[in-house]
Design a protein around this ligand. Structure first.
Ligand SMILES: Cc1cc2nc3c(=O)[nH]c(=O)nc-3n(C[C@H](O)[C@H](O)[C@H](O)COP(=O)(O)OP(=O)(O)OC[C@H]3O[C@@H](n4cnc5c(N)ncnc54)[C@H](O)[C@@H]3O)c2cc1C
Ligand SMILES: NC(=O)c1ccc[n+]([C@@H]2O[C@H](COP(=O)([O-])OP(=O)(O)OC[C@H]3O[C@@H](n4cnc5c(N)ncnc54)[C@H](O)[C@@H]3O)[C@@H](O)[C@H]2O)c1
Length: 489
Protein backbone atom coordinates (compact mmCIF):
# COMPACT_ATOMS: atom_id res chain seq x y z
CA UNK A 1 0.00 0.00 0.00
CA UNK A 2 1.44 3.38 -1.00
CA UNK A 3 1.15 6.32 1.40
CA UNK A 4 0.46 9.88 0.19
CA UNK A 5 0.27 13.13 2.17
CA UNK A 6 -1.76 15.96 0.61
CA UNK A 7 -3.36 19.23 1.61
CA UNK A 8 -6.60 18.55 -0.32
CA UNK A 9 -8.07 15.27 -1.59
CA UNK A 10 -11.09 15.36 -3.89
CA UNK A 11 -13.30 12.29 -4.29
CA UNK A 12 -14.73 12.20 -7.82
CA UNK A 13 -13.67 13.80 -11.11
CA UNK A 14 -17.11 14.83 -12.35
CA UNK A 15 -18.24 18.42 -12.87
CA UNK A 16 -18.10 19.24 -9.14
CA UNK A 17 -14.79 17.44 -8.61
CA UNK A 18 -13.06 19.11 -11.55
CA UNK A 19 -14.30 22.54 -10.39
CA UNK A 20 -13.10 21.80 -6.87
CA UNK A 21 -9.69 20.68 -8.16
CA UNK A 22 -9.13 23.90 -10.13
CA UNK A 23 -10.27 26.09 -7.21
CA UNK A 24 -8.16 24.26 -4.60
CA UNK A 25 -5.08 24.51 -6.83
CA UNK A 26 -5.30 28.31 -6.56
CA UNK A 27 -4.30 27.90 -2.90
CA UNK A 28 -1.94 24.91 -2.82
CA UNK A 29 -0.05 22.64 -5.18
CA UNK A 30 -0.71 19.66 -2.96
CA UNK A 31 -4.07 18.42 -4.35
CA UNK A 32 -5.10 14.95 -5.47
CA UNK A 33 -8.29 14.09 -7.37
CA UNK A 34 -9.47 10.48 -7.02
CA UNK A 35 -11.74 8.90 -9.66
CA UNK A 36 -13.07 5.36 -9.46
CA UNK A 37 -15.10 5.22 -12.66
CA UNK A 38 -14.52 6.49 -16.19
CA UNK A 39 -13.42 10.09 -16.68
CA UNK A 40 -15.70 12.34 -18.74
CA UNK A 41 -18.43 13.39 -16.22
CA UNK A 42 -21.97 12.09 -15.86
CA UNK A 43 -23.33 15.13 -17.70
CA UNK A 44 -21.31 14.53 -20.86
CA UNK A 45 -21.22 10.72 -20.81
CA UNK A 46 -24.70 9.60 -19.75
CA UNK A 47 -26.64 12.70 -18.67
CA UNK A 48 -27.38 16.16 -20.02
CA UNK A 49 -25.67 15.88 -23.39
CA UNK A 50 -26.67 12.46 -24.80
CA UNK A 51 -30.23 12.98 -23.53
CA UNK A 52 -30.48 16.30 -25.36
CA UNK A 53 -29.01 14.69 -28.50
CA UNK A 54 -31.71 11.99 -28.43
CA UNK A 55 -34.37 14.67 -27.87
CA UNK A 56 -33.05 16.69 -30.82
CA UNK A 57 -33.52 13.68 -33.12
CA UNK A 58 -37.02 13.15 -31.75
CA UNK A 59 -37.91 16.81 -32.37
CA UNK A 60 -36.80 16.47 -35.99
CA UNK A 61 -39.03 13.41 -36.43
CA UNK A 62 -41.93 15.13 -34.72
CA UNK A 63 -41.69 18.25 -36.86
CA UNK A 64 -41.40 16.22 -40.04
CA UNK A 65 -44.62 14.42 -39.09
CA UNK A 66 -46.45 17.64 -38.25
CA UNK A 67 -46.28 19.73 -41.41
CA UNK A 68 -49.77 19.04 -42.79
CA UNK A 69 -51.47 21.71 -40.72
CA UNK A 70 -49.25 24.32 -42.38
CA UNK A 71 -50.24 23.05 -45.83
CA UNK A 72 -46.88 21.41 -46.32
CA UNK A 73 -47.11 17.87 -47.68
CA UNK A 74 -44.20 15.52 -47.38
CA UNK A 75 -44.72 12.90 -50.02
CA UNK A 76 -43.57 9.52 -48.95
CA UNK A 77 -43.16 7.89 -45.60
CA UNK A 78 -41.16 9.46 -42.81
CA UNK A 79 -38.95 6.77 -41.43
CA UNK A 80 -36.67 6.75 -38.42
CA UNK A 81 -33.33 5.04 -38.97
CA UNK A 82 -32.62 3.90 -35.43
CA UNK A 83 -29.01 3.01 -36.16
CA UNK A 84 -28.32 6.43 -37.65
CA UNK A 85 -30.08 8.16 -34.75
CA UNK A 86 -27.97 6.32 -32.18
CA UNK A 87 -24.79 6.75 -34.23
CA UNK A 88 -25.22 10.56 -34.11
CA UNK A 89 -26.13 10.52 -30.43
CA UNK A 90 -22.98 8.55 -29.65
CA UNK A 91 -20.57 10.38 -31.94
CA UNK A 92 -21.67 13.85 -30.73
CA UNK A 93 -21.66 12.57 -27.15
CA UNK A 94 -18.10 11.31 -27.66
CA UNK A 95 -17.12 14.74 -28.94
CA UNK A 96 -18.40 16.39 -25.74
CA UNK A 97 -16.74 13.73 -23.59
CA UNK A 98 -13.53 14.31 -25.58
CA UNK A 99 -13.39 17.94 -24.42
CA UNK A 100 -13.60 16.81 -20.80
CA UNK A 101 -10.96 14.12 -21.36
CA UNK A 102 -8.64 16.73 -22.89
CA UNK A 103 -8.91 18.90 -19.80
CA UNK A 104 -8.37 15.89 -17.51
CA UNK A 105 -5.32 15.00 -19.61
CA UNK A 106 -3.83 18.42 -18.91
CA UNK A 107 -3.94 17.76 -15.15
CA UNK A 108 -0.49 16.55 -13.98
CA UNK A 109 -0.42 12.75 -13.55
CA UNK A 110 0.71 13.13 -9.92
CA UNK A 111 -2.50 14.99 -9.09
CA UNK A 112 -4.73 12.09 -10.23
CA UNK A 113 -5.39 8.76 -8.55
CA UNK A 114 -7.45 5.96 -10.04
CA UNK A 115 -9.68 3.90 -7.79
CA UNK A 116 -12.60 4.13 -5.37
CA UNK A 117 -11.94 6.12 -2.21
CA UNK A 118 -13.25 5.21 1.25
CA UNK A 119 -12.79 7.04 4.53
CA UNK A 120 -10.66 5.06 6.96
CA UNK A 121 -10.72 8.02 9.36
CA UNK A 122 -11.65 11.71 9.09
CA UNK A 123 -8.25 12.51 7.47
CA UNK A 124 -7.49 9.17 5.82
CA UNK A 125 -8.78 7.75 2.55
CA UNK A 126 -8.02 4.31 1.20
CA UNK A 127 -8.11 4.12 -2.60
CA UNK A 128 -8.95 0.59 -3.75
CA UNK A 129 -6.25 -1.53 -2.15
CA UNK A 130 -3.29 0.39 -3.44
CA UNK A 131 -2.99 3.84 -1.81
CA UNK A 132 -3.65 5.41 1.56
CA UNK A 133 -4.10 9.18 1.27
CA UNK A 134 -3.57 11.33 4.37
CA UNK A 135 -5.44 14.55 3.59
CA UNK A 136 -5.66 17.74 5.63
CA UNK A 137 -8.96 18.52 3.87
CA UNK A 138 -11.35 16.45 1.73
CA UNK A 139 -13.99 17.39 -0.86
CA UNK A 140 -16.68 14.75 -1.43
CA UNK A 141 -17.83 15.13 -5.06
CA UNK A 142 -18.87 11.57 -5.73
CA UNK A 143 -22.11 12.30 -7.65
CA UNK A 144 -25.25 10.14 -7.68
CA UNK A 145 -26.57 6.97 -9.29
CA UNK A 146 -30.02 5.69 -10.28
CA UNK A 147 -32.10 4.12 -7.54
CA UNK A 148 -35.08 1.83 -8.08
CA UNK A 149 -37.13 -0.65 -6.09
CA UNK A 150 -35.86 -4.21 -5.85
CA UNK A 151 -38.89 -5.72 -7.61
CA UNK A 152 -37.69 -4.20 -10.92
CA UNK A 153 -34.95 -6.86 -10.80
CA UNK A 154 -37.61 -9.31 -12.04
CA UNK A 155 -36.88 -7.86 -15.47
CA UNK A 156 -33.33 -9.32 -15.31
CA UNK A 157 -31.01 -7.95 -17.99
CA UNK A 158 -34.02 -6.23 -19.62
CA UNK A 159 -33.91 -3.71 -16.76
CA UNK A 160 -32.03 -0.64 -18.03
CA UNK A 161 -31.07 2.82 -16.74
CA UNK A 162 -30.19 5.99 -18.62
CA UNK A 163 -26.54 4.90 -19.04
CA UNK A 164 -27.66 1.81 -21.01
CA UNK A 165 -29.93 3.75 -23.37
CA UNK A 166 -26.96 5.74 -24.67
CA UNK A 167 -25.11 2.53 -25.47
CA UNK A 168 -27.87 1.16 -27.71
CA UNK A 169 -26.81 0.68 -31.34
CA UNK A 170 -30.39 0.97 -32.51
CA UNK A 171 -33.83 1.73 -31.13
CA UNK A 172 -35.89 -1.03 -29.52
CA UNK A 173 -39.48 -1.78 -30.52
CA UNK A 174 -40.94 -1.05 -27.06
CA UNK A 175 -40.05 0.28 -23.59
CA UNK A 176 -41.93 0.48 -20.29
CA UNK A 177 -40.68 3.61 -18.52
CA UNK A 178 -41.02 3.66 -14.74
CA UNK A 179 -40.88 7.16 -13.27
CA UNK A 180 -42.50 10.19 -14.95
CA UNK A 181 -39.83 12.46 -13.43
CA UNK A 182 -37.31 14.48 -15.35
CA UNK A 183 -35.42 11.57 -16.91
CA UNK A 184 -38.51 9.46 -17.60
CA UNK A 185 -40.35 12.26 -19.39
CA UNK A 186 -37.36 13.48 -21.39
CA UNK A 187 -36.24 10.04 -22.56
CA UNK A 188 -39.74 8.55 -22.71
CA UNK A 189 -41.19 11.24 -24.95
CA UNK A 190 -38.09 11.23 -27.16
CA UNK A 191 -38.24 7.45 -27.64
CA UNK A 192 -41.97 7.66 -28.33
CA UNK A 193 -41.39 10.29 -31.03
CA UNK A 194 -38.74 8.07 -32.56
CA UNK A 195 -41.36 5.36 -33.01
CA UNK A 196 -40.78 3.24 -29.90
CA UNK A 197 -43.99 1.80 -28.39
CA UNK A 198 -44.03 3.17 -24.91
CA UNK A 199 -45.91 3.52 -21.64
CA UNK A 200 -44.86 5.64 -18.67
CA UNK A 201 -45.83 4.52 -15.15
CA UNK A 202 -45.53 6.67 -12.01
CA UNK A 203 -46.55 6.58 -8.36
CA UNK A 204 -48.36 9.13 -6.24
CA UNK A 205 -49.27 11.52 -9.06
CA UNK A 206 -45.94 13.33 -9.43
CA UNK A 207 -45.09 14.64 -12.91
CA UNK A 208 -41.65 16.10 -13.58
CA UNK A 209 -40.74 18.80 -11.07
CA UNK A 210 -44.22 20.41 -11.11
CA UNK A 211 -45.84 21.12 -7.76
CA UNK A 212 -48.53 23.65 -8.70
CA UNK A 213 -51.62 21.50 -9.18
CA UNK A 214 -53.00 23.72 -11.98
CA UNK A 215 -49.82 23.43 -14.05
CA UNK A 216 -49.45 19.73 -13.30
CA UNK A 217 -53.00 19.04 -14.43
CA UNK A 218 -52.46 20.79 -17.80
CA UNK A 219 -49.18 18.90 -18.26
CA UNK A 220 -50.82 15.55 -17.50
CA UNK A 221 -53.62 16.21 -19.99
CA UNK A 222 -51.24 17.46 -22.68
CA UNK A 223 -48.77 14.57 -22.45
CA UNK A 224 -51.62 12.10 -22.58
CA UNK A 225 -52.83 13.56 -25.87
CA UNK A 226 -49.59 12.24 -27.29
CA UNK A 227 -48.43 9.24 -25.26
CA UNK A 228 -49.56 7.11 -22.34
CA UNK A 229 -48.36 8.60 -19.06
CA UNK A 230 -49.98 7.49 -15.81
CA UNK A 231 -48.49 9.45 -12.90
CA UNK A 232 -50.38 7.29 -10.40
CA UNK A 233 -50.24 3.87 -12.02
CA UNK A 234 -51.60 0.65 -10.67
CA UNK A 235 -48.97 -1.85 -11.72
CA UNK A 236 -49.81 -5.37 -10.57
CA UNK A 237 -46.89 -7.40 -11.87
CA UNK A 238 -43.53 -7.15 -13.58
CA UNK A 239 -42.22 -10.43 -14.97
CA UNK A 240 -39.56 -11.68 -17.31
CA UNK A 241 -40.76 -13.92 -20.15
CA UNK A 242 -38.22 -14.96 -22.77
CA UNK A 243 -36.56 -11.80 -24.05
CA UNK A 244 -39.41 -9.56 -22.88
CA UNK A 245 -40.56 -7.78 -19.76
CA UNK A 246 -44.25 -8.38 -19.12
CA UNK A 247 -46.12 -5.69 -17.22
CA UNK A 248 -49.64 -6.13 -15.86
CA UNK A 249 -51.39 -2.87 -15.02
CA UNK A 250 -54.75 -1.12 -14.88
CA UNK A 251 -55.18 1.16 -17.90
CA UNK A 252 -55.86 4.63 -16.46
CA UNK A 253 -58.53 5.67 -18.97
CA UNK A 254 -60.55 2.47 -19.44
CA UNK A 255 -59.90 0.84 -16.06
CA UNK A 256 -59.11 -2.43 -17.89
CA UNK A 257 -56.45 -4.84 -16.64
CA UNK A 258 -53.84 -5.17 -19.39
CA UNK A 259 -50.80 -7.38 -19.76
CA UNK A 260 -48.22 -6.06 -22.22
CA UNK A 261 -44.78 -7.12 -23.36
CA UNK A 262 -41.90 -4.69 -23.70
CA UNK A 263 -38.30 -5.06 -24.84
CA UNK A 264 -37.00 -3.11 -21.84
CA UNK A 265 -38.00 -1.67 -18.49
CA UNK A 266 -36.33 1.73 -18.13
CA UNK A 267 -35.92 2.63 -14.44
CA UNK A 268 -36.12 6.41 -14.03
CA UNK A 269 -37.36 6.46 -10.46
CA UNK A 270 -34.85 8.92 -9.00
CA UNK A 271 -31.17 9.06 -8.09
CA UNK A 272 -29.37 8.59 -4.80
CA UNK A 273 -26.16 10.31 -3.71
CA UNK A 274 -22.98 8.20 -3.80
CA UNK A 275 -22.19 8.58 -0.10
CA UNK A 276 -23.26 5.15 1.10
CA UNK A 277 -20.11 3.36 -0.11
CA UNK A 278 -17.62 5.94 1.16
CA UNK A 279 -17.15 4.60 4.67
CA UNK A 280 -18.79 7.88 5.65
CA UNK A 281 -19.36 6.55 9.18
CA UNK A 282 -15.57 6.81 9.69
CA UNK A 283 -15.48 10.53 8.81
CA UNK A 284 -16.87 11.82 12.14
CA UNK A 285 -19.62 13.78 10.37
CA UNK A 286 -23.20 14.68 11.31
CA UNK A 287 -25.41 12.77 8.85
CA UNK A 288 -29.05 13.45 8.01
CA UNK A 289 -31.74 10.74 8.04
CA UNK A 290 -30.69 9.68 4.49
CA UNK A 291 -27.07 9.23 5.56
CA UNK A 292 -25.92 12.37 3.72
CA UNK A 293 -23.55 14.74 5.59
CA UNK A 294 -25.12 17.97 6.91
CA UNK A 295 -23.39 21.02 5.47
CA UNK A 296 -23.56 24.79 5.08
CA UNK A 297 -24.95 25.56 1.63
CA UNK A 298 -22.89 28.78 1.27
CA UNK A 299 -19.49 27.32 2.24
CA UNK A 300 -20.24 23.63 1.45
CA UNK A 301 -18.49 22.80 4.74
CA UNK A 302 -19.72 19.69 6.56
CA UNK A 303 -20.29 19.48 10.31
CA UNK A 304 -18.47 17.16 12.69
CA UNK A 305 -20.51 14.71 14.73
CA UNK A 306 -20.43 17.21 17.62
CA UNK A 307 -21.74 20.01 15.34
CA UNK A 308 -18.43 21.87 15.00
CA UNK A 309 -17.15 22.78 11.50
CA UNK A 310 -15.34 19.93 9.74
CA UNK A 311 -12.36 19.95 7.34
CA UNK A 312 -14.57 17.95 4.94
CA UNK A 313 -16.63 19.61 2.17
CA UNK A 314 -19.35 18.24 -0.12
CA UNK A 315 -20.46 19.36 -3.60
CA UNK A 316 -22.64 18.39 -6.57
CA UNK A 317 -25.16 15.53 -6.69
CA UNK A 318 -23.45 13.94 -3.66
CA UNK A 319 -25.09 16.47 -1.32
CA UNK A 320 -28.58 15.61 -2.67
CA UNK A 321 -29.67 19.25 -2.99
CA UNK A 322 -30.31 20.74 -6.48
CA UNK A 323 -28.81 17.86 -8.50
CA UNK A 324 -28.22 19.96 -11.62
CA UNK A 325 -25.17 20.67 -13.70
CA UNK A 326 -24.79 24.41 -13.05
CA UNK A 327 -25.23 23.82 -9.32
CA UNK A 328 -22.60 21.03 -9.32
CA UNK A 329 -20.22 23.41 -11.04
CA UNK A 330 -20.87 26.29 -8.58
CA UNK A 331 -20.68 24.01 -5.58
CA UNK A 332 -17.48 22.34 -6.73
CA UNK A 333 -15.81 25.71 -7.14
CA UNK A 334 -16.96 26.97 -3.72
CA UNK A 335 -16.03 23.72 -1.93
CA UNK A 336 -12.60 23.55 -3.61
CA UNK A 337 -11.90 27.20 -2.85
CA UNK A 338 -12.77 26.76 0.82
CA UNK A 339 -10.88 23.46 1.11
CA UNK A 340 -7.88 25.28 -0.33
CA UNK A 341 -8.06 28.29 1.98
CA UNK A 342 -9.16 26.34 5.14
CA UNK A 343 -9.51 27.22 8.02
CA UNK A 344 -10.55 30.62 6.61
CA UNK A 345 -13.97 30.33 4.90
CA UNK A 346 -15.75 32.37 2.23
CA UNK A 347 -19.49 32.23 1.56
CA UNK A 348 -19.98 31.46 -2.13
CA UNK A 349 -22.62 33.04 -4.31
CA UNK A 350 -25.73 30.88 -4.68
CA UNK A 351 -28.08 31.69 -7.50
CA UNK A 352 -31.85 31.72 -7.90
CA UNK A 353 -33.02 28.11 -8.24
CA UNK A 354 -33.67 27.30 -11.90
CA UNK A 355 -34.55 23.95 -13.47
CA UNK A 356 -35.62 23.09 -17.02
CA UNK A 357 -37.04 19.83 -18.36
CA UNK A 358 -36.50 19.32 -22.10
CA UNK A 359 -39.83 17.68 -22.80
CA UNK A 360 -42.23 19.17 -25.35
CA UNK A 361 -43.80 21.40 -24.14
CA UNK A 362 -40.91 22.09 -21.82
CA UNK A 363 -41.25 22.38 -18.05
CA UNK A 364 -39.38 24.84 -15.87
CA UNK A 365 -39.33 25.98 -12.27
CA UNK A 366 -37.87 29.25 -11.00
CA UNK A 367 -37.30 30.33 -7.40
CA UNK A 368 -38.37 28.38 -4.34
CA UNK A 369 -40.55 25.37 -5.05
CA UNK A 370 -44.30 26.02 -5.03
CA UNK A 371 -44.68 23.81 -1.94
CA UNK A 372 -42.05 25.88 -0.14
CA UNK A 373 -43.71 29.16 -1.22
CA UNK A 374 -47.03 27.94 0.10
CA UNK A 375 -45.39 26.92 3.36
CA UNK A 376 -43.68 30.29 3.81
CA UNK A 377 -46.34 32.65 2.44
CA UNK A 378 -49.57 30.69 2.22
CA UNK A 379 -50.69 30.78 5.85
CA UNK A 380 -51.04 34.57 5.94
CA UNK A 381 -52.53 34.99 2.46
CA UNK A 382 -49.23 36.59 1.50
CA UNK A 383 -48.82 34.68 -1.79
CA UNK A 384 -50.38 36.04 -4.99
CA UNK A 385 -50.32 34.28 -8.34
CA UNK A 386 -50.98 35.14 -11.96
CA UNK A 387 -51.18 32.96 -15.04
CA UNK A 388 -51.41 32.67 -18.77
CA UNK A 389 -52.58 29.79 -20.89
CA UNK A 390 -50.58 29.38 -24.08
CA UNK A 391 -53.61 28.14 -26.02
CA UNK A 392 -54.55 31.56 -27.37
CA UNK A 393 -51.12 33.13 -27.17
CA UNK A 394 -50.33 34.84 -30.50
CA UNK A 395 -46.81 33.72 -31.39
CA UNK A 396 -47.33 30.27 -29.90
CA UNK A 397 -50.40 29.81 -32.09
CA UNK A 398 -48.57 31.03 -35.18
CA UNK A 399 -45.98 28.29 -34.64
CA UNK A 400 -48.50 25.65 -33.50
CA UNK A 401 -46.83 25.29 -30.12
CA UNK A 402 -49.78 26.79 -28.24
CA UNK A 403 -50.02 24.32 -25.37
CA UNK A 404 -49.43 24.81 -21.68
CA UNK A 405 -49.82 27.03 -18.67
CA UNK A 406 -47.44 29.46 -16.97
CA UNK A 407 -47.97 30.58 -13.38
CA UNK A 408 -46.02 33.32 -11.63
CA UNK A 409 -45.92 34.09 -7.91
CA UNK A 410 -45.30 37.23 -5.86
CA UNK A 411 -45.47 38.53 -2.32
CA UNK A 412 -48.59 40.47 -1.37
CA UNK A 413 -47.85 44.01 -0.25
CA UNK A 414 -44.32 44.38 -1.57
CA UNK A 415 -45.08 43.00 -5.03
CA UNK A 416 -41.75 41.16 -4.90
CA UNK A 417 -41.50 38.51 -7.63
CA UNK A 418 -40.90 35.10 -6.04
CA UNK A 419 -40.91 32.47 -8.75
CA UNK A 420 -42.75 30.54 -11.44
CA UNK A 421 -43.80 27.16 -12.75
CA UNK A 422 -43.95 26.79 -16.49
CA UNK A 423 -45.29 24.12 -18.78
CA UNK A 424 -45.16 25.60 -22.23
CA UNK A 425 -43.26 26.48 -25.37
CA UNK A 426 -39.65 27.70 -25.11
CA UNK A 427 -39.86 27.50 -21.30
CA UNK A 428 -36.06 27.29 -21.17
CA UNK A 429 -35.87 30.93 -22.31
CA UNK A 430 -38.83 32.27 -20.29
CA UNK A 431 -37.35 30.63 -17.19
CA UNK A 432 -34.05 32.43 -17.66
CA UNK A 433 -35.74 35.83 -17.89
CA UNK A 434 -37.67 35.05 -14.72
CA UNK A 435 -34.67 33.70 -12.84
CA UNK A 436 -32.65 36.79 -13.71
CA UNK A 437 -35.52 39.05 -12.53
CA UNK A 438 -35.88 37.09 -9.31
CA UNK A 439 -32.16 37.17 -8.56
CA UNK A 440 -32.25 40.96 -9.08
CA UNK A 441 -35.11 41.05 -6.56
CA UNK A 442 -37.40 42.81 -9.00
CA UNK A 443 -41.01 43.58 -8.24
CA UNK A 444 -43.73 42.60 -10.67
CA UNK A 445 -44.22 46.30 -11.51
CA UNK A 446 -40.52 46.63 -12.39
CA UNK A 447 -40.69 43.55 -14.58
CA UNK A 448 -43.65 45.05 -16.44
CA UNK A 449 -41.58 48.16 -17.16
CA UNK A 450 -39.21 46.03 -19.25
CA UNK A 451 -39.61 45.93 -23.06
CA UNK A 452 -41.62 43.16 -24.74
CA UNK A 453 -41.33 42.77 -28.50
CA UNK A 454 -44.19 41.76 -30.73
CA UNK A 455 -45.09 39.08 -31.65
CA UNK A 456 -43.12 36.87 -29.26
CA UNK A 457 -43.89 34.18 -26.70
CA UNK A 458 -42.66 36.57 -23.98
CA UNK A 459 -45.88 38.55 -24.52
CA UNK A 460 -47.59 35.60 -22.84
CA UNK A 461 -45.32 36.13 -19.87
CA UNK A 462 -46.39 39.77 -19.79
CA UNK A 463 -50.04 38.69 -19.66
CA UNK A 464 -49.27 36.46 -16.66
CA UNK A 465 -47.39 39.31 -14.94
CA UNK A 466 -50.31 41.70 -15.53
CA UNK A 467 -52.66 39.13 -14.07
CA UNK A 468 -50.34 38.82 -11.08
CA UNK A 469 -50.13 42.60 -10.69
CA UNK A 470 -53.92 42.79 -10.64
CA UNK A 471 -54.08 40.01 -8.04
CA UNK A 472 -51.57 41.94 -5.95
CA UNK A 473 -54.04 44.82 -6.22
CA UNK A 474 -51.27 46.92 -7.70
CA UNK A 475 -52.70 47.30 -11.20
CA UNK A 476 -55.97 47.07 -13.07
CA UNK A 477 -57.34 43.75 -14.23
CA UNK A 478 -57.01 42.86 -17.90
CA UNK A 479 -60.59 43.30 -19.08
CA UNK A 480 -60.04 42.66 -22.71
CA UNK A 481 -57.11 41.70 -24.80
CA UNK A 482 -54.47 44.39 -25.08
CA UNK A 483 -55.17 45.48 -28.65
CA UNK A 484 -52.38 48.05 -28.71
CA UNK A 485 -49.96 45.16 -28.38
CA UNK A 486 -51.45 43.11 -31.18
CA UNK A 487 -53.78 40.14 -31.02
CA UNK A 488 -53.26 37.19 -28.75
CA UNK A 489 -50.63 38.44 -26.35
C1 LIG B 1 -30.03 11.36 -17.95
C2 LIG B 1 -29.62 12.63 -17.23
C3 LIG B 1 -29.86 13.84 -17.82
C4 LIG B 1 -29.47 15.01 -17.18
N1 LIG B 1 -29.74 16.20 -17.80
C5 LIG B 1 -29.40 17.35 -17.18
C6 LIG B 1 -29.65 18.59 -17.81
O1 LIG B 1 -30.16 18.66 -18.94
N2 LIG B 1 -29.31 19.72 -17.15
C7 LIG B 1 -28.76 19.69 -15.90
O2 LIG B 1 -28.49 20.76 -15.32
N3 LIG B 1 -28.50 18.51 -15.27
C8 LIG B 1 -28.81 17.35 -15.89
N4 LIG B 1 -28.54 16.16 -15.28
C9 LIG B 1 -27.92 16.19 -13.94
C10 LIG B 1 -26.38 16.39 -14.05
O3 LIG B 1 -25.85 15.48 -14.97
C11 LIG B 1 -25.75 16.22 -12.68
O4 LIG B 1 -26.34 17.11 -11.75
C12 LIG B 1 -24.25 16.46 -12.68
O5 LIG B 1 -23.64 15.72 -13.70
C13 LIG B 1 -23.64 16.10 -11.32
O6 LIG B 1 -22.23 16.30 -11.33
P1 LIG B 1 -21.34 15.72 -10.17
O7 LIG B 1 -19.95 16.23 -10.37
O8 LIG B 1 -21.97 15.94 -8.86
O9 LIG B 1 -21.34 14.15 -10.38
P2 LIG B 1 -20.63 13.23 -11.51
O10 LIG B 1 -20.36 13.94 -12.77
O11 LIG B 1 -21.43 11.98 -11.55
O12 LIG B 1 -19.21 12.92 -10.86
C14 LIG B 1 -19.04 12.08 -9.74
C15 LIG B 1 -17.81 11.21 -9.98
O13 LIG B 1 -17.44 10.60 -8.76
C16 LIG B 1 -16.94 9.30 -9.04
N5 LIG B 1 -17.00 8.53 -7.79
C17 LIG B 1 -18.12 8.12 -7.12
N6 LIG B 1 -17.75 7.49 -5.98
C18 LIG B 1 -16.40 7.53 -5.92
C19 LIG B 1 -15.44 7.06 -5.00
N7 LIG B 1 -15.80 6.44 -3.87
N8 LIG B 1 -14.13 7.26 -5.26
C20 LIG B 1 -13.74 7.89 -6.38
N9 LIG B 1 -14.61 8.35 -7.31
C21 LIG B 1 -15.91 8.19 -7.08
C22 LIG B 1 -17.86 8.80 -10.14
O14 LIG B 1 -17.25 7.76 -10.87
C23 LIG B 1 -18.06 10.09 -10.97
O15 LIG B 1 -17.12 10.18 -12.02
C24 LIG B 1 -28.86 14.96 -15.91
C25 LIG B 1 -28.60 13.72 -15.31
C26 LIG B 1 -28.97 12.57 -15.97
C27 LIG B 1 -28.66 11.25 -15.32
N1 LIG C 1 -33.25 18.61 -17.69
C1 LIG C 1 -32.58 18.42 -16.57
O1 LIG C 1 -32.12 19.34 -15.92
C2 LIG C 1 -32.41 17.03 -16.03
C3 LIG C 1 -32.64 15.93 -16.85
C4 LIG C 1 -32.52 14.68 -16.29
C5 LIG C 1 -32.14 14.52 -14.98
N2 LIG C 1 -31.89 15.61 -14.21
C6 LIG C 1 -31.54 15.45 -12.78
O2 LIG C 1 -31.55 14.09 -12.41
C7 LIG C 1 -32.39 13.93 -11.28
C8 LIG C 1 -32.96 12.54 -11.27
O3 LIG C 1 -33.93 12.38 -12.29
P1 LIG C 1 -35.06 11.27 -12.19
O4 LIG C 1 -36.00 11.50 -13.31
O5 LIG C 1 -34.43 9.95 -12.01
O6 LIG C 1 -35.72 11.59 -10.78
P2 LIG C 1 -37.02 12.44 -10.40
O7 LIG C 1 -36.99 12.55 -8.93
O8 LIG C 1 -37.13 13.67 -11.23
O9 LIG C 1 -38.24 11.51 -10.83
C9 LIG C 1 -38.46 10.23 -10.31
C10 LIG C 1 -39.91 9.87 -10.58
O10 LIG C 1 -40.10 8.50 -10.34
C11 LIG C 1 -41.31 8.32 -9.62
N3 LIG C 1 -41.22 7.03 -8.92
C12 LIG C 1 -40.60 6.73 -7.75
N4 LIG C 1 -40.74 5.42 -7.47
C13 LIG C 1 -41.46 4.88 -8.47
C14 LIG C 1 -41.94 3.57 -8.76
N5 LIG C 1 -41.69 2.55 -7.96
N6 LIG C 1 -42.64 3.38 -9.90
C15 LIG C 1 -42.89 4.41 -10.75
N7 LIG C 1 -42.47 5.66 -10.53
C16 LIG C 1 -41.76 5.90 -9.40
C17 LIG C 1 -41.37 9.54 -8.71
O11 LIG C 1 -42.68 9.76 -8.24
C18 LIG C 1 -40.90 10.62 -9.68
O12 LIG C 1 -41.96 11.09 -10.46
C19 LIG C 1 -33.41 15.04 -11.42
O13 LIG C 1 -33.99 15.37 -10.18
C20 LIG C 1 -32.61 16.15 -11.97
O14 LIG C 1 -32.01 16.88 -10.93
C21 LIG C 1 -32.03 16.86 -14.72
Amino acid sequence: MQERQVDVAIIGAGTAGLGAYRAAKQHTDSVVMIEGGPYGTTCARVGCMPSKLLIAAAEAAHQAADTDAFGIRINGEISVDGEAVMARVKSERDRFVGFVLDSVQRIPAGDKLTGYARFEGPNTLVVDDHTRVHAKRVVIASGSRPSYPGFFEAAGDRLVINDDVFEWDSLPESVAVFGPGVIGLELGQALHRLGVRLRVFGVGGALGPLQDEAVREVADRTFNQELYVDPDAKVEAIERDGDSVVVTFIERHSGERLTERFDYLLAATGRRPNVDRLGIENANLTLNDKGVPSYNSFTLQCRNANGSPSHIFIAGDADQDLPLLHEASDEGRIAGDNAGRYPEMRAGQRRTPLAVVFSDPQMATVGLSYAELERRYGGCDCLASGEVSFEGQGRSRVMRVNKGLLRVYAEQGSGLFLGAEIFGPRAEHLAHLLAWAQQQRMTVAQMLEMPFYHPVIEEGLRTALRDLNANLQLGSRIIERCMECGPGD
